[in-house]
Ligand binder design. Structure first.
Ligand code: CA
Length: 218
């Protein structure tokens, strides 16, 4: 998932960007409202309201006029009127500086969940790929894909949060109910099999040293 961080204070923007990258997000940082409005190809905006060129509220309103992209307003202005105006202008949520990183990630997840419902009629859907936890069936472009039980569980874990990195450890715990020390190689083998069955390795991206995520082609 691509996050556009609009923040003119580098002492805030840089740790924010590197923290998000560690969590598996792709991050682009811009420092002005004009740059924010010129940016393209992102899935979520973290928008500081105090920008040097255009008022953050105007940026928010203009972004919302042109797309439904989730916007989280980041503000040092703590008073309630500012928050209300931000939400009225189309922001999906707001967070007040200083904020904890965990809180931010939780907000990002909540907002992306709200804006992009992943579950339709009980099925998880990512682009042409659907997974039904009740029948344990997977379809790609309408064609059923035969998966082993572990491959199914692996795909289900990756489809919980498309685009977000799932660590090897979490996959091992969730799918094999074991620790990754024993089963690291097992995870790789199953990821390989899953890629072959989905017909495109890009469906499951390797994030070096961390784990895997459902690919952007998703
Ligand atoms: Ca600022």
């Amino acid at each position: 998932m691509n996050v556009l961080v609009v923040e003119d204070d580098a002492t805030i923007a840089e740790p924010l960007a590197s923290g998000l990258r560690r969590r598996g997000y792709d991050v682009v940082v811009v420092a002005t409202g004009h740059a924010a409005l010129a940016a393209d190809g992102y899935d979520l905006v973290l928008l500081d309201l105090g920008l040097p060129d255009i008022d953050g509220y105007d940026v928010c309103r203009q972004l919302r006029e042109r797309s439904e992209v989730p916007i989280i307003v980041v503000t040092a202005r703590g008073d309630e009127a500012d928050r209300v105006i931000g939400l009225e202008l189309g922001a999906d949520d707001y967070i007040v500086k200083p904020f904890g990183f965990r809180e931010l990630v939780a907000r990002i997840r909540a907002v992306t969940r709200r804006v992009q419902p992943r579950v339709e009629n009980g099925q998880r859907r990512v682009g042409p790929l659907t997974l039904d936890p009740r029948t344990r069936r997977v379809h790609l472009d309408g064609r059923e894909i035969e998966l082993t039980p572990k491959e199914f569980d692996l795909l289900a874990a990756l489809m919980e949060e498309p685009g977000v990195v799932v660590s090897r450890r979490r996959l091992a715990e969730q799918v094999w109910e074991s620790t990754w020390y024993t089963h690291s190689r097992t995870v790789d083998v199953h990821v390989g099999a899953l890629r072959r069955k989905l017909g495109d390795a890009a469906w499951v991206e390797t994030v070096r040293g961390i784990g895997f995520r459902l690919g952007r082609s998703a």
